[in-house]
Design a protein around this ligand. Structure first.
Ligand code: NDP
Ligand code: 8X3
Length: 249
């Protein structure tokens, strides 16, 4: 039986990814801060299938302790899904809150890189795979995307760099780059503004968490000689239209 470690498994993509792997017979290590949400996964699939670990991924000591304390049945990680992440705010850079910038960098960049580094020996030993959840915001800039987009550009480039370093090890690395998806993402970004979240997605037929779970499952279950380097997924209702010009400024 194979094992996946999924970060951000308490909501959105991560919860759907954890469920997709568990229902397909994998063991899942489900990580996030909200223990009660993770407990629901354990109740749904059983403690022999899902092991829940609640901690803040920005806390390196807690991260190390969680990995060190994995029960033997869950310690052989075959697939690492680096999904935990967030955007905070939509203000222009000149108006942004530095604490929010730091939280995005600490979560989306530093914690992701730290967990990856700590899992690499096991992943190499098991010829495993890393699936990093990046975003189209790492490729296409938009007003108010500033640091969030920067963190996701890191995730994409880090994924490509890992591919180089892991050359010859058999470890696969993929950057998944979704566009607009309806999860708790916008609620978090707006500080819990349900009306703003509903307004953003109204009438758009956005990506669902299940869509991304299906994408990640497909990547993980491909034959071991195939690597999807990057995959960009948007809802049909979204496309890129960049470039603005300020006159007489
Ligand atoms: P959600 O807000 O629904 O889920 C985010 C998950 O990340 C939650 O499980 C949350 O758990 C976890 N998380 C956040 N901060 C921490 C932390 N400090 N420690 C541990 N876990 C943390 O959003 P999505 O499912 O949409 O987001 C998942 C990933 O997908 C993110 O990396 C996001 O940037 C990316 N993405 C999202 C898109 C979208 O439009 N929704 C599009 C492209 C990419 P908890 O709060 O319990 O700790
Ligand atoms: C999350 C979606 O619109 O910020 O990555 O690119 S968006």
């Amino acid at each position: 039986m194979k094992t996946a470690l999924v970060t951000g498994a308490s909501a959105g993509f991560g919860a759907a990814i954890a469920a997709r792997f568990a229902e397909n017979g994998w063991r899942v290590v489900a990580c996030a801060r909200r223990a009660e949400r993770l407990r629901q996964l354990v109740e749904r699939f059983g403690a022999d299938r899902v092991h829940a670990v609640a901690f803040d991924i920005r806390d390196e000591a807690a991260l190390r302790a969680a990995l060190d304390a994995l029960p033997q049945d869950f310690s052989d990680i075959d697939v690492l899904v680096n999904n935990a992440g967030l955007a905070l705010g939509t203000a222009k850079a000149q108006d942004c809150d530095l604490a929010q910038w730091r939280q995005m960098i600490d979560t989306n960049v530093t914690a992701l890189a730290t967990l990856t580094r700590l899992c690499l020996p096991k992943l190499i030993e098991r010829r495993g795979a890393i699936v990093n959840i990046s975003s189209i915001s790492g490729t296409y800039p938009y007003t108010g995307g500033n640091v969030y987009g920067g963190t996701k550009a890191f995730v994409t480039q880090f994924s490509l760099g890992l591919r180089c370093d892991l050359h010859g090890t058999g470890v696969r690395v993929t950057s998944v780059e979704p566009g607009m998806a309806e999860t708790e993402f916008t609620l978090v970004r707006t500080g819990g503004d349900r009306a703003a979240s509903d307004k953003l997605y109204a009438g758009t037929h956005p990506i669902t968490a299940q869509d991304i779970a299906e994408t990640v499952w497909w990547i993980a279950s491909l034959p071991s000689h195939l690597n999807v380097n990057r995959i960009e997924v948007m809802p049909v209702s979204q496309s890129a239209a960049g470039l603005q010009v300020a006159r007489d400024s």
